[in-house]
Design a protein around this ligand. Structure first.
Ligand SMILES: C[S@@+](CC[C@H](N)C(=O)[O-])C[C@H]1O[C@@H](n2cnc3c(N)ncnc32)[C@H](O)[C@@H]1O
Length: 201
């Protein structure tokens, strides 16, 4: 799918993502993960800022998303939660930062939409300080045969509607990137992964 069409798909979902802030299960996962952020934080593909309520005090956030509508919602959320956040409209896959710029790199529900998720994880490795933390909450292919068969069958349709792949092997990609997994939790028939990792040294 071309990039402009993908951006339009996410622009249209911005209001829905803003409302998802209320989903109690997602809130639990986000609180669990994001409470471990510290220092200078990079949040990839920030969406409507669903993680913003859960950041500890004192963090300085750089957040980006290629959907202008999502960035607008994220800026409103940052103001609402009194966060020190710089929300940028940019394609994460084209962005560059000096190596070892961030104490924490956060990505939630974004590996499903990149053209090159492994390349993105390798960038995260470079951008995170050696003693920093990578916090991921990502969804992908489940371990249940029936569910994964359904995910594979529906994936082309779901990608066209939501701009999001449902068949990615999240743990496999994270391992291949060389990240050092320190803690991992799995939910929803192993489709959702919460991962605390250190960057590849
Ligand atoms: C499924 S939403 C998740 C949003 C948010 N991270 C969250 O946890 O609610 C995926 C987000 O990734 C953004 N996105 C997808 N590909 C991107 C890219 N290449 N660069 C920047 N943002 C991207 C979309 O605009 C959308 O906001």
């Amino acid at each position: 799918m071309d990039q402009e069409r993908l951006i339009r798909i996410f622009d249209r979902q911005a209001t829905d993502y803003d409302r998802k802030r209320e989903d109690p299960q997602q809130q639990r996962w986000r609180r669990n993960l994001i409470s471990d952020a510290k220092g200078d934080v990079l949040e990839l593909a920030v969406g409507a800022g669903a993680n913003f309520p859960f950041y500890p005090r004192g963090v300085r956030i750089t957040a980006a998303d290629f959907s202008g509508a999502m960035v607008e919602k994220a800026r409103q959320a940052a103001r609402h939660y009194h966060l020190d956040a710089n929300c940028i409209c940019a394609d994460m896959e084209d962005m560059s930062f000096p190596a070892q710029s961030f104490d924490t790199v956060v990505s939630t529900l974004s590996m499903c939409s990149y053209k090159n998720p492994l390349g993105m994880l390798e960038k995260i490795n470079r951008w995170c300080k050696p003693d920093g933390t990578i916090l991921l909450m990502e969804h992908g292919i489940g371990s249940n045969f029936m569910v994964s068969t359904l995910q594979r069958a529906l994936n082309p349709l779901l990608y066209r509607i939501y701009g999001c792949h449902h068949t990615r092997d999240i743990l496999g990609l994270v391992r291949e990137s060389g990240m050092l997994i320190q803690r991992a939790e799995r939910y929803s028939l192993n489709m959702v992964h919460l991962i605390w990792a250190a960057p590849q040294q």
